[in-house]
Design a protein around this ligand. Structure first.
Ligand code: NAD
Length: 552
């Protein structure tokens, strides 16, 4: 079945807020990696539990009143309740398991019984906007490596990485944007072709020598090139090592977190993966684990030879350690190594989606940002690049890293442009779960926090409660699933700018409070920049140290 998000100004629901959420649901499937199975990205991140659930959600959104709330449990709608017009239209909890039972084995058992689903970070709550969603994040990582280690110039450098799926597919474009030549390995030619067709990668081949020649040419001429190589990363990384080559940057963004659905073992075809998964899942897990361990040993060897290496959020180090690579954690995590200074000020991935389907609406917002955020180099540099070079997937959308007060200011300005009819239809704002106050993941987002509070999951739960109290239109609490089971807790929110005064209030409260909590979370962990942000922006922090020891 082909799902496409409705465009234009025709409503199928009782209001724009409901229509917006319906279009966002359709949009994640329009952009999804395996829409027939409702899979959006991340090997198993689903938009709805099953097709019956999908149809029931669509039907519910069509009849939902302004003062009602639809409740969704792991992709399955379970009821509609009367609330009030300031309450979220949709609340959801996806993939959450009680601590002791939060293991991949237990997750898969429940998944097979169709009792649970994994929402990824942006699939289950209908926020995914295609590979662009992590494009700026990956670009920021490469830029940061360039600044830290390569005199801010990657033009004669090259990156080796793997994975051309929903998220990984952003890597070739991000590498080129950062000025480097980049080689990306993937076993699935179809996935490579998808990114070729939308201009995210320049060339493909199944011949390693040819790929390396192209990279060499790109480096020597200082004209960055992106190359996709059809192959298995475990094999190819070792071959590159054996040739004595040392890439300047090495990473991986295969779906390594999931050894049953995500990482393909050496010597396996895609059909063989499916067959062994049904007949002997334990064997598949073993073989995937061994191959992944081999790949990680190669990454560590590259590190020894001088490459800058990092884990890009796919739990590859954790899996490798399980399969005997004791020093896998010598590889740093991208958040701690490169992005934490941004999160300390709650600067993180924020998105806006033109519900009209009209790219001009995004161009108007691009131009607004270039004019009004000119002093903010992170966003203005990014928007200049994105405006001319990032192709849209599905409904036209943009990601932009913005911080406290900045997100609110942009959203209110857009709401105003919608009200004046300058933007042709409402715009939805969402932010990735991978954000300052919205995620606890001790091997990704919260690794090595200053105060050791890495595994405390209160923050994302507070984040969701706060979003609900602050009038967001959709609020989601996500956890684990597959290989991440027991590893993470996160929260997400969506608010619709329909041009109304009520929308302005919803945007102002939810976005300001969301980033306030982000700053407070890092301030609580003792980060100086967050304390500075608290001071500068007048965030009302309560410091219990001011109240001394037990005192009554
Ligand atoms: P996906 O399932 O859409 O794509 C994974 C790709 O890896 C597929 O194309 C697959 O063919 C390829 N692959 C698997 N095993 C391989 C092997 N051995 N050699 C070469 N290629 C192989 O997944 P995705 O949406 O691209 O996500 C990738 C990973 O990134 C996931 O673990 C996801 O959870 C993580 N992620 C990170 C961030 C972040 O902010 N850093 C954000 C979202 C997701």
């Amino acid at each position: 079945m082909t799902i496409k998000a409705q465009r234009g100004n025709q409503l199928r629901t009782k209001g724009w807020r409901q229509e917006a959420l319906l279009r966002l649901l359709e949009n994640v499937l329009e952009n999804g990696e395996d829409p027939d199975n409702l899979v959006v990205y991340g090997s198993l991140g689903k938009a709805a539990r099953d097709w019956g659930s999908y149809r029931a959600i669509v039907d519910s959104l069509k009849v939902l009143e302004e003062d009602e709330t639809l409740i969704i449990q792991s992709g399955k709608p379970i009821g509609i309740v009367k609330t009030h017009s300031s309450a979220p239209l949709v609340i959801m909890a996806n993939g959450n398991l009680v601590g002791k039972w939060a293991t991949p084995e237990h997750f898969y058992e429940l998944y097979e019984k169709n009792l649970i689903a994994w929402g990824g970070l942006t699939a289950g709550d209908w926020q995914y906007i295609g590979s662009q969603g992590v494009l700026q994040g990956t670009y920021q990582i490469f830029k940061s490596i360039a600044q830290l280690y390569y005199d801010n110039d990657l033009s004669s450098k090259w990156i080796l990485t793997a994975g051309m799926g929903g998220m990984g597919g952003s890597q070739p474009l991000a590498g080129k944007f950062a000025g480097a030549s980049i080689l990306v390995v993937d076993v699935n030619e179809e996935n490579i072709d998808k990114r070729l067709s939308i201009g995210y990668v320049d060339k493909k081949t199944d011949n390693l020598d040819k790929a390396l020649d192209w990279i060499e040419e790109g480096k020597n001429s200082k004209k960055p090139i992106s190359v996709a190589l059809i192959g298995n990363a475990a094999t190819v990384y070792q071959q590159i090592l054996d040739k004595g080559l040392v890439p300047d940057i090495v990473s991986d963004q295969t779906a390594a977190h999931d050894l049953l659905y995500g990482y393909v073992p050496e010597g396996y075809s895609l059909d063989k993966v499916k067959e062994v998964r049904t007949q002997n899942p334990a064997q598949l897990e073993q073989d995937a684990g061994q191959s992944l361990a081999k790949e990680v040993r190669s990454i560590l060897a590259f590190q020894q030879r001088g490459s800058k290496v990092f884990d890009n959020g796919n739990n590859i180090r954790t899996q490798a350690r399980r399969f005997g690579v004791e020093n896998a954690f010598d590889i740093p995590i991208f958040t701690e190594a490169f992005l934490r200074p941004l999160f300390e000020r709650a600067i993180g991935p924020f998105r806006w989606i033109a519900l009209s389907g009209n790219p001009d609406d995004i161009t108007i917002i691009d131009d607004y940002i270039l004019e009004h955020f000119a002093d903010n180099s992170i966003i203005s540099e990014w928007i200049s690049l994105a405006k001319t070079q990032v192709p849209f997937q599905g409904l036209p959308a943009r990601i932009g890293w913005l911080g406290h007060e900045e997100r609110t200011a942009l959203a209110l300005a857009v709401n105003d442009l919608v009200a004046k009819g300058i933007i042709s239809a409402p715009v939805a704002f969402t932010r990735d779960h991978l954000d300052a106050g919205a995620m606890a993941h001790p091997n990704i987002m919260t690794e090595s926090l200053k105060d050791g509070s890495d595994a405390i999951a209160d923050w994302p739960l507070l984040n969701a409660l706060l979003a609900t109290s602050s009038k967001a239109d959709l609020v989601a609490i996500h956890s684990g699933g597959g290989g991440y089971a027991g590893f993470m807790q996160s929260a997400g929110l969506t608010i619709v700018a329909d041009g109304s005064a009520e929308a302005a209030e919803r945007l102002s409260l939810s976005l300001t409070n969301d980033t306030s909590l982000g700053v407070l979370r890092y301030a609580d962990a003792g980060y100086e920049d967050s304390l500075d942000e608290v001071e500068k922006k007048g965030i009302r922090r309560i410091n219990t140290n001011d109240f001394g020891e037990v005192g009554y």
